[in-house]
Write a protein that binds this ligand. Structure first.
Ligand code: GLY
Length: 352
């Protein structure tokens, strides 16, 4: 099982983790921004000084086949064997592609994830989903391949800009919605305009536990793990379209707006309480700004949803909906008209 360490002393915890694993060569994968801002937090560890360093261009649009080839190539040309270890230091883009590179290189080498963004810490780095985007589709190619260990240190969150913070926070909100009312309320009450990092750390620890718990029960998403897809069927379509038109939207913003649409569907199909829909909506409205699409994009968004890998057939779009906070309704579906209605609801209620 994947070990998740909520660290308060990264140097010491990383040293311990490295000495507990057997490997011949060590490699660190990161991106240009993370290298500049975060690498110094681990380069005081002796083993890291000797490690091969692979640096990708930053941004989810670089989570692609060319970057993957460049990682394989570096590993091959620099003596990596099946007994080598790859550390993925970065946000979701790095832990996704690095995890997949590790899973596929020589049929699989070990990896460690050190998420440096809130999104990475509460979602991408934990639970073993790895992969790359392909032909305009999010995470179209990939594998379930958990890192040996995930080391989460909140020291990185202090340097995040607001949009990166909010991007991760949307996944935390999702974890609140699928777990219990107490967690959900705490998340809605958190002051995102004046961040208290001690409180944030506690919320992150709770959020990671929600995810760990679910993944432990269902690592390959046959059942309860589908809860983690709340907001993502519509959200991934928003995100993919934003990349297609060259105006990339942060993942969590797409998820936040996807949550509004999918809570609307939850309301009309599963009786999700109206007041809780409005409370969640008002938090998202206050924090996530202007939704960028209009009705001219609905058809494209719908087509993208039909490609979602969660669908069991092309004409049945799969949703995770809620009857209430923490009350899951898995494997739901909605037709084109209902989906368009949910995007209308989002656009009308957050104001255009
Ligand atoms: N990001 C959702 C999951 O890991 O299942």
């Amino acid at each position: 099982m994947q070990k998740v360490i909520k660290s308060t002393d990264l140097k010491s915890d990383l040293t311990k983790v490295l000495s507990s694993l057997s490997y011949d060569r060590l490699f660190v994968l990161t991106d240009e921004n993370t290298e500049e801002l975060c690498f110094r937090c681990i380069d005081n560890v002796d083993e890291i000084k000797q490690a091969g360093k692979i640096i990708l261009k930053a941004g989810d649009n670089n989570k692609n086949i060319d970057s993957l080839v460049s990682i394989w190539k570096y590993l091959s040309e620099n003596g990596a064997t099946r007994n080598s270890l790859l550390i993925n230091l970065g946000g979701g883009m790095i832990t996704d592609i690095g995890g997949f590179a590790a899973a596929s290189f020589k049929r699989g080498i070990k990896s460690i994830n050190i998420p440096t963004t809130l999104l990475g810490a509460v979602d991408a780095a934990v639970g073993g989903k790895t992969g790359i985007n392909f032909i305009g589709l999010k995470n179209e190619i990939g594998a379930f391949a958990p890192a040996e260990t995930v080391l989460i240190d909140s020291v990185f969150f202090k340097s995040l800009d607001k949009s990166n913070f909010l991007s991760g926070y949307a996944e935390m909100l999702k974890h609140g919605l699928i777990s219990d009312e107490k967690t959900w309320i705490k998340l809605l009450q958190f002051d995102t305009f004046n961040i208290d990092y001690d409180i944030l750390r506690e919320l992150v620890v709770e959020s990671v536990l929600v995810k760990e718990n679910i993944v432990e029960q269902d690592p390959f998403e046959k059942g309860v793990r589908k809860a983690l897809n709340l907001g993502h069927t519509v959200g991934h379509a928003f995100e993919s379209l934003s990349y297609k038109i060259g105006k990339p939207m942060p993942h969590g913003y797409a998820v936040a707006w996807g949550i509004v649409c999918e809570l609307y569907l939850s309301r009309i199909k599963c009786g999700f309480p109206k007041d809780k829909l409005w409370q969640t909506l008002s938090f998202i409205k206050e924090n996530y700004g202007v939704f960028p699409f209009g009705c001219d994009e609905y058809e494209d968004l719908y087509t993208l949803m039909t490609h979602d890998k969660k669908n069991e057939s092309k004409d049945r779009i799969n949703f995770t909906l809620l009857e209430d906070i923490g009350k899951l309704a898995l494997n739901q579906t909605a037709d084109e008209e209902e989906i368009f209605e949910s995007i209308d609801f989002l656009r009308e209620s957050i104001g255009l």
